[in-house]
Design a protein. Structure first.
Length: 103
């Protein structure tokens, strides 16, 4: 999972990980999934906003909402102005739907 170093350090501190090695899969996944869970909780179960914030950051999502670029419920993610984030959310949701169909 991709994490900014400062974010990884904050989350690792919250869950008691002292030696952070993001190249170690177990450590990386533990920190990344904790951060994503925190985002889901922050956005009251709104997976769209949590996924967008995982990629672009909470502050960026807040700015987009306050500027009316995206809705507070995340229902208009096609309006995300960052190309990378726009592509990211679309890929994640497409893969989610694929796995949902398979399982």
């Amino acid at each position: 999972m991709q994490l900014m170093e400062t974010t990884a350090e904050e989350v690792a501190n919250d869950i008691g990980i002292e030696d952070i090695n993001l190249e170690e899969p177990e450590c990386n996944i533990r920190i990344g999934t904790k951060y994503f869970t925190d985002l889901i909780n922050y956005y009251n179960g709104n997976y769209n906003l949590a996924i967008v914030a995982y990629n672009a950051g909470i502050g960026t999502v807040a700015k987009w909402i306050s500027n009316g670029i995206i809705k507070e419920d995340g229902s208009d993610i096609e309006n995300i102005p960052y190309k990378e984030t726009n592509n990211y959310i679309r890929k994640v949701l497409k893969n989610y739907r694929t796995y949902e169909e398979l399982y």
